[in-house]
Design a binder for this molecule. Structure first.
Ligand code: ADP
Ligand code: MG
Length: 152
C-alpha cells in the first residue's frame, strides 16, 4: 500500500510555497500528475512548482495547447491532455516522459496507457474559500523519498 501524504494550505501563497519547495527537490525525468476540480488550485500549484524549478516566465493554464514548455534549471513540460479523452492518441509522450525535464500532467487518467508507473500523483481538494488539501500519493521509491523530504 502506498502511504498518502497530506498537506493543508490556507492561502494561494501557501500552496505556491509548498509547490516551490517541491519544485526545488525535483530532478530531470520526474513525473507528477495533478488532479482536482476547477478552482482547486492546480494552476496555482504549478506556478509555485515553476518558481522552485527556476522558471522565470509566467506559467498559465494550458487550456488551448496540450503541452507547454518552460525553461528552468531544467525544462518543465506542463501537459493538459483533457482533449485526448477517448482518442487513444499518442502525441509522442515518450519525448516528455523520457526527456531531461520535469513533467506535470493534468487529466492524466486520459492517457493512462502511456503513463509511466513511477510517478507522484497529486490531488488538490477545495475545502473552503482559502483552505485546500493537497494529497500526495507516491508510486516508486524515488517519490516516496521526495514526499518524506517535503513533509519533514
Ligand atoms: P485550477 O487550476 O485547479 O482550476 P487555480 O489555481 O486556477 O485552480 O485557482 C485557484 C483559485 O483559488 C485562485 O484564485 C487562488 O487564488 C484561490 N485560492 C484560495 N486559497 C487557495 C489555496 N489555499 N491554494 C490554492 N489556491 C487558493
Ligand atoms: Mg488550471
Amino acid at each position: 500500500m502506498n502511504e498518502i501524504y497530506t498537506i493543508h494550505t490556507h492561502s494561494a501563497e501557501e500552496t505556491k510555497e509548498v509547490a516551490k519547495r517541491l519544485g526545488a527537490l525535483l530532478e530531470p525525468n520526474d513525473l507528477l500528475t495533478l488532479e482536482g476540480d476547477l478552482g482547486a488550485g492546480k494552476t496555482t500549484f504549478t506556478k509555485g512548482l515553476g518558481v522552485g524549478l527556476g522558471v522565470t516566465r509566467t506559467i498559465s493554464s494550458p487550456t488551448f495547447t496540450i503541452v507547454k514548455e518552460y525553461e528552468g534549471r531544467m525544462p518543465l513540460y506542463h501537459l493538459d491532455v483533457y482533449r485526448l479523452e477517448d482518442s487513444d492518441e499518442d502525441i509522442g509522450f515518450d519525448e516528455y516522459f523520457e526527456g531531461e525535464g520535469v513533467c506535470v500532467v493534468e487529466w492524466a487518467q486520459f492517457i493512462e496507457d502511456y503513463l509511466p508507473d513511477d510517478r507522484l500523483d497529486l490531488h488538490l481538494f477545495y475545502n473552503e474559500e482559502d483552505h485546500r488539501t493537497i494529497q500526495l500519493t507516491p508510486h516508486g521509491e524515488r517519490y516516496e523519498r521526495l514526499c518524506k523530504e517535503l513533509v519533514k
